[in-house]
Design a protein around this ligand. Structure first.
Ligand code: B12
Ligand code: SF4
Length: 584
């Protein structure tokens, strides 16, 4: 990370400055004048993965991890207000004196950033206003938003330098529950301590530099990324500490291409073996990164879920060269690795006449989950620059920023797809995948069962333990899910038979426990599904709660603006101070 330079802006109060960091305000899942869109809720799966799966859609929220990371890594008193309403944001500004207000956002939310900055200027004219995150790449940010600093790229280093703090200190890692408010089939997901994976952020960016990729270009583009933890030893120690503090054994590794660093991953595996760690890792990975490993290495490393860019048949991305992605997905699944495949609709070669073939190719992967996104030139990316040079980008009045989220329409003139056909094509892809492969939750349980069968007698105890842990619920609540899911579909339908086959398989594997749990829990789940369906038909939407946190113990629990802040928690890297062996 760069060290402070003389020309970097610096706050006069340095570390004594009181900082407020906020995400953009909700509600999100509705159409409004600030840029909220019903089709663009603050949810991952409902937004872009299980969008057309109705009661089977996985509903859950994710905190604003970038803000949490910055908060944990500055010494200045820092409050995070995540997912406020505009009224709540205003109440916060009225009740507390801040010196710096930082707002993190992505380009579709630029209108909200502008409204929040306007409010700050009006209520607290002396505050230094900083805007960061992907919205910094919005081409009109300086015209649309009245603020003091627009920060592109990595934010922890920027804030440390801005506050006159030591920029070379190791990065503390906030304790992050990966998903919140989980709900599926109308039933809340597990919420107890250690029951949800922890998010770990080893780096930001991706050196592969695909032309459309905002994350890659944001942190340096091709050949670059920003690593917070360089070595496997450091990372291992971090995971150990998080395991201890949160009681988790699964980690959602928020690194665009974690497996690309083969030496680091294999050293991590060595440490996991040495210290008998039975961890599950949920990773993002490109196909070429995955192919650097044998299946046994992936299984031993605990890779239990992989988000894999499939992009499109014949897509000319180097990461896919020489890979039969259907075969790769099937092979991963045969080892119990659940796959979230990601396909682009609207690649330059797509036309109204070949799009069904492209959709069929995607659906034929039978991935456990499938994300579909429109090919979208996002500001800052090579694709955006190329389209700008070609003069194909639509102006703000033709396509407002709030609609550039990849789930409704193109923000440029596609060579073959015109007149807004792309929105329907995207929906067609979601629907075809669901119709052909059935509910994602069932596909996921099917893959898990394959893994259990294959690795039940694995030579390493930690691997056997992992599969036993991950599949435990197949003898309990998941058995109920399968029972209810089967009955959701009419007798004789292909989907019902497919679900029935998975349920029978679970009963064979887990015996009477699974059968009984199915019969006992199934009817209640089926009733919840009917209620949920009614709720969805009435237009019900799901919004995240507001989070209000401080990094100062003395401020925690104190009530201002009608609410008490809770204390954010983190772990600090110890490698270099303590040895890994001693901490384990
Ligand atoms: C988790 C996530 C979400 C969560 C929401 C998280 C939240 N609370 O906002 C969910 C799943 C809901 C989501 C939804 C969407 N997302 Co999203 N999301 C991500 C994801 C996977 C991780 C973000 C993250 O935490 N990264 C790790 C942290 C450490 O990095 P960071 O956020 O970039 O933060 C760093 C810097 O940006 C900076 N920074 C951040 N905030 C601030 C604030 C200040 C003041 C400063 C100075 C610096 C700063 O410092 C941080 C540390 O270096 C990213 C991809 C990625 N790998 O980053 C996509 C990503 C951010 N999402 C993206 C998109 C497009 C969307 C959606 C529009 C997608 C859609 N239609 O489905 C919706 C929008 C929802 C909405 N209504 O706003 C794009 C944004 C691209 C762009 N430029 O437009 C990304 C980059 C994915 C991609 N490659 O396309 N997303
Ligand atoms: S491999 Fe994935 S994360 Fe990396 S640049 Fe390509 S799309 Fe982005």
């Amino acid at each position: 990370m760069p060290i402070a330079t003389a020309d970097h802006p610096r706050h006069p109060l340095r570390s004594r400055a009181r900082v407020l960091l906020a995400s953009v305000f909700g509600p999100y899942a509705r159409d409004d004048e600030f840029g909220s869109r019903r089709v663009n809720p603050m949810e991952l799966y409902q937004n872009q993965v299980t969008r057309t799966q109705g009661v089977f859609s996985l509903r859950m929220f994710h905190r604003s991890w970038g803000l949490m990371l910055i908060q944990a890594n500055v010494d200045a008193p820092c409050t995070v207000l995540d997912f406020p309403s505009l009224e709540r944001f205003e109440a916060e500004l009225r009740a507390n004196e801040y010196d710096v207000v930082g707002i993190g956002a992505i380009p579709p939310n630029v209108g909200k950033v502008a409204a929040m900055c306007e409010l700050v200027r009006r209520l607290r004219p002396r505050v230094t206003l900083v805007v960061g995150g992907h919205v910094a790449n919005h081409p009109d940010i300086h015209r649309l938003v009245d603020c003091d600093h627009v920060v592109g790229g990595e934010g922890v280093g920027w804030f440390r330098r801005f506050l006159g703090e030591d920029d070379s200190r190791p990065i503390r890692h906030p304790l992050i529950v990966s998903g919140l408010g989980t709900r599926i089939l109308g039933v809340p997901g597990p919420r107890g301590r250690g029951e949800t994976a922890a998010t770990v952020i080893p780096s930001v960016g991706c050196p592969l530099g695909c032309d459309f990729c905002a994350t890659s270009s944001m942190f340096g583009g091709k050949g670059r990324s920003v690593s917070f933890y360089q070595s496997a030893d450091e990372l291992f120690d971090l995971l150990l500490q998080i395991e201890g503090a949160m009681g988790v054994r699964s980690f959602f590794v928020m690194d665009e291409n974690f497996l690309l660093h083969r030496r680091r991953a294999l050293r991590l595996l060595e440490l996991m073996r040495e210290h008998e760690r039975s961890w599950s890792l949920l990773v993002f990975s490109s196909a070429n990164a995955l192919r650097q490993y044998s299946m046994d290495e992936l299984v031993s490393l605990g890779v239990s879920w992989a988000w894999l860019g499939l992009e499109g048949e014949g897509a000319a991305y180097g990461k896919l060269r020489g890979t039969d992605t259907r075969q790769l997905v099937a092979e991963l699944q045969s080892h119990g690795i659940r796959v979230l495949g990601s396909t682009i609709i609207g690649l330059p070669e797509h036309t109204p006449s070949n799009i069904d073939r492209a959709i069929e190719h995607a659906a034929a992967h039978d991935a456990d989950f499938h994300q579909f996104m429109l090919y979208t030139p996002v500001p800052g990316t090579p694709l955006w620059k190329e389209q700008r040079a070609l003069g194909t980008l639509l102006a703000e009045d033709e396509c407002p920023s709030a609609d550039v989220h990849g789930q409704t329409r193109f923000n440029y003139r596609h060579p073959h797809i015109r007149d807004g056909q792309e929105g329907e094509m995207l929906l067609r892809a979601f629907r075809r995948d669901f119709e052909r492969n059935g509910p994602s939750i069932v596909r996921m349980l099917r893959t898990l069962l394959r893994g259990v069968r294959r690795h039940r007698h694995h030579s390493e105890r930690r691997v056997r333990e992992r599969f036993a842990r991950e599949s435990q619920s197949l003898g309990g609540s998941y058995a109920g899910v399968l029972w209810a899911a089967e009955r959701w579909y009419p007798r004789g339908s292909a989907t019902r038979s497919r679900i029935r086959a998975v349920r029978k398989e679970a009963v064979r594997e887990f015996g009477w426990r699974s059968g009984t749990a199915g019969r006992v829990l199934g009817p209640a789940i089926l009733a919840a599904m009917h209620l949920e369906e009614r709720r969805l038909r009435r237009g019900w939407t799901y919004e995240p709660p507001t989070f209000y946190e401080t990094n100062r113990p003395e401020e925690a629990g104190r009530t201002t603006s009608g609410e008490a802040r809770s204390l954010c928690r983190w772990v600090a890297p110890r490698v270099g101070r303590d040895s890994v062996a001693r901490t384990a």
